[in-house]
Design a protein around this ligand. Sequence first.
Ligand SMILES: [Zn+2]
Ligand SMILES: [Zn+2]
Length: 259
Amino acid sequence: MTSHADSGEDKMRQTTEKQKKQKNGYEYLMDLLYPERACTVCDTPLKDKRLLCDVCKEEYQIKEENRCDICGRPLPEEKRVCEDCKREGKIIQNTAVFFYKGEVKAALYRYKYGKNRYLGRRFAEIMAKEKAEAIKDADILIPVPIHRRRLYKRTFNQSEILAKYISKETGIPFYYDVAVRAKYTDYLANHTKEERKEILKDCFSVKKEEFVAGRRILLIDDIYTTGSTMEELGRLLLKQGAVSVKSMTVAVTEYDDME
Ligand SMILES: [Zn+2]
Ligand SMILES: [Zn+2]
């Protein structure tokens, strides 16, 4: 290619760039109305109000196929409960929208540690829409609590924002202070399944029993890994008289990432 052709191409490229930057009235208005019009997961700009792009929907969303009754991970046909849940004797059923991998992992990190609260609202809207059937059976939503020392550091509880906006979408009340994390624990991600169980033992306490007794409870959290947190809190709530306890998370790790 000659230098002359190069400069011609450069010029053309510059013009298109310039054209892209000049928004028309419609685009300007849409930006005002929907300031974050992008895929919740991969952040690719979207031309409409959709919360997810087609690529992420296809790549990460868990499809309605044969899945474990407890952890919700895909299973070979005719099995109801996976080996892990059976061995652990788990009883709290979880439903998740996405697999915790790739862009979903990155988006949840941006939400939790990048303090992008609007992502919590958007994930909640996706949960309310995609898992409406599983949510409608609950009387109340309870976000999995974090210890106040962690809350101080992180400035917000990621589960509480999710529960708040699922509540807004569905009309099912949420209570953030029914259960508290009384014991400060290390990050569970650094520990094995067995260690997690030991760490989590007696780490929750119920503050408002009157909201628990006789209720069907749905626990809300961002990620389901070994399910130890849900089991510990869920069993405590059942002991306090809850009729049933299930859980829902934005994402679930794949079997390989469980440890
Ligand atoms: Zn996407
Ligand atoms: Zn399972």
